[in-house]
Every structure is written in C-alpha cells, then in structure tokens.
Design a protein around this ligand. Structure first.
Ligand code: SF4
Length: 323
C-alpha cells in the first residue's frame, strides 16, 4: 500500500461519478468543488465507465481495497451497475446516494457487487426534508431505504448533516434507527468553511454529550478516533472532521473528481492532478505523486495561530496543480 510522508496508507478511494444532482441541499459542498445545480442529462466532462474502471484496476495494484462511489448523485449514471460489475473483485464497493433512485435498482446494484450504501436523510419530516434538499422527494427516499434493506445491502447507513436546520430532528432520527434493525445513523458535522454559512453551525460536542447519556453502550473506533453509540437496535456514529487534526491524521482516502482529477484532500483544490487521456503507467505515476503530496489538512496544511486556523507558511507559495 502507498503511504504518504505522514504515515497514512491509502487504503481507499472515493470516486465522484458526476456532479449532477436531482437535489439541491443547502449544505452541499460537492466534494469541496462548490455548487452542484446544473443540467440533469449526462455531461461530456464526466469520466466514462472505461476510465473509472481503468483507474480502479491501477489502484488495486497498490492494494487499495475500498471504493466509495459518490456524486453529485451517482445514481444519475445509467452505467453505475456496469461500473460496479467491472470494479476489481478485490475491492469492497460502497455508494453514497440520496436514495431516490434505489427503488427498482437496489437489487441490480447488489447483484453487480455493491455491498453497502449510505443514504442521505436529514429529517423524518417531509416538510423539513423538502426545505433542506430543495426538493419534495421524501417518499422516494423512504422507499429507497426500504429497497436497500430488502436487497440485502448491509449496512444501510443514513447520513444526516447536523446543522441549524436539522438539529431538532436528531433525536427522532436516533429513535428511528434504534427501532429499525439493519439501519445505522451517521451524524455528519456541518462544514461551514465549504458552504459559506458559518451561522448555521452548531456545536457537535453537544451532540456527543447528549448521545453519551442516551446510549446503552459506547465504543471508540481506532479509525478517526470515532465513537460509536449503540441505542436500542441501532448504531449511531458522529463524523466530525472540522478542525479535528486527529481525524485528518487517520485519513486514508484519495478522492477523484467526476472529471478525473485526483484530489489528495477534500478541503484542498490546489493539488488536483488530471488523469485525462493517460496510459496506465501515467495513472500509476500520477497516483504516486498524489499520495506523496498528501498532507493532513488540520494540524499540517492548516495550523493554529492563537484561536485561528491559518495556512501553514510552507504551503502558501507551493501550489502544485497540474492539468
Ligand atoms: S486530510 Fe482531513 S480534511 Fe482532508 S480529506 Fe482527509 S480528513 Fe478530510
């Protein structure tokens, strides 16, 4: 496995298949690239299935054992089943989706080799859901979650971004997974620096404290030092990467944008490397370079000066973007 200078092995990749989305969630950061809203039909800038598969074959040679497909909304790709089918057998495949297209396709995805799925669900209330996602597809998402469970995808994780608009629904969502075997909940810290609305932020430590009280059992995972809270039949995890050096020190994923750029860190757009029309050898080399240039974002690229996080002087004049 390739390792960066900070001892972080790259064991997984997160591949965006499109930046199109049928939702327009108010908190969306589009893999750190900005606004998602745009045409819904297939775009020329998206990697083809062949390009995605070629990349996965190359990185599997380096022992990368996990791929997560994301977007935008990856299920807008009609060839998603084909891509999963052609993913090297050595890789565990997961998917993050808004769930609206799972009814009718969950079985085929499972058959193609999909193992687990994360479905974004920010509230159990259709009105709140419509407000957050700027769409009214609540019923379809609920149906999608059912379809994923019926197809045998395991686990089915509900992703909920915790911020001002959703904080009041956390308790309801925790109760929901506690009562429904097969479901897990990921409470995701809102990323104010990527969405530009710091006033929507809430203190995630309060949610930790509340869960600590509510849970029957608490477990700490090595990865990211994440705590798992077991409540009834369900499990709840909090993903809190913001200003969290510990989280970055345990980051083992390289990202790929829908246009085929390698990205060493979600929060950085100054080390993008295009795979364009590359040969396998060139992709190998570019992947090596990306890994070699990875640095933990909080604690290394960003450092604390008093109460403020500022860019480390070492990286201010060192943009490495290639295209
Ligand atoms: S280094 Fe930190 S901010 Fe960057 S992708 Fe990894 S966990 Fe996220």
């Amino acid at each position: 496995m390739l390792e960066d200078d900070f001892g972080r092995e790259v064991s997984g990749v997160r591949v965006s298949l499109t930046d199109r989305c049928n939702f327009d969630c108010v908190y969306c950061h589009n893999e750190g690239l900005g606004d998602t809203r745009g045409p819904m039909d297939a775009q020329d800038d998206e990697m083809t299935a062949d390009e995605v598969v070629r990349f996965l074959e190359v990185v599997s040679e380096f022992g990368v054992g996990k791929v997560k497909f994301t977007g935008g909304e990856p299920m807008l790709r009609g060839d998603l089943e084909e891509i999963i089918e052609r993913t090297p057998d050595s890789m565990e495949v997961s998917l993050t989706t808004n769930g609206t297209f799972l009814p009718g396709r969950a079985e085929a995805l499972k058959e193609a080799g999909l193992e687990r799925v994360n479905v974004s669900q920010d509230a159990l209330d259709p009105d709140a859901f419509a407000e957050i996602t700027q769409s009214g597809a609540y019923d379809k998402v609920i149906e999608g979650v059912e379809a994923a469970l019926d197809a045998g995808l395991d686990p089915v994780k509900l992703n909920m971004v915790v911020f001002e608009h959703t904080a009041g629904y956390v308790e309801g969502m925790v109760d929901h997974v506690a009562e429904n075997p097969g479901l897990q909940l990921q409470l995701i810290e809102y990323m104010p620096e990527l969405t530009g609305r710091p006033e929507w932020n809430i203190d995630i430590e309060r949610v930790h404290n509340w869960l600590e009280e509510k849970a029957d059992r608490v477990e700490t995972r090595d990865m990211h030092n994440r705590r798992r809270y077991y409540v009834g039949e369900g499990m709840v995890e909090i993903v809190d990467p913001v200003e969290n050096p510990h989280f970055c020190a345990n980051c083992h994923r390289v990202r790929v944008t829908h246009e085929g750029y390698l990205k060493g860190c979600l929060n950085r757009n100054d080390d993008l490397r295009s795979m364009g029309e590359m040969t396998r050898d060139e992709i190998r080399e570019t992947f090596r370079e990306t890994v070699a240039n990875r640095v933990p974002y909080y604690g290394e690229y960003m450092v604390k000066e008093g109460d403020e996080w500022v860019v480390n002087d070492e990286y201010i004049d060192a943009p490495v973007t290639t295209s």
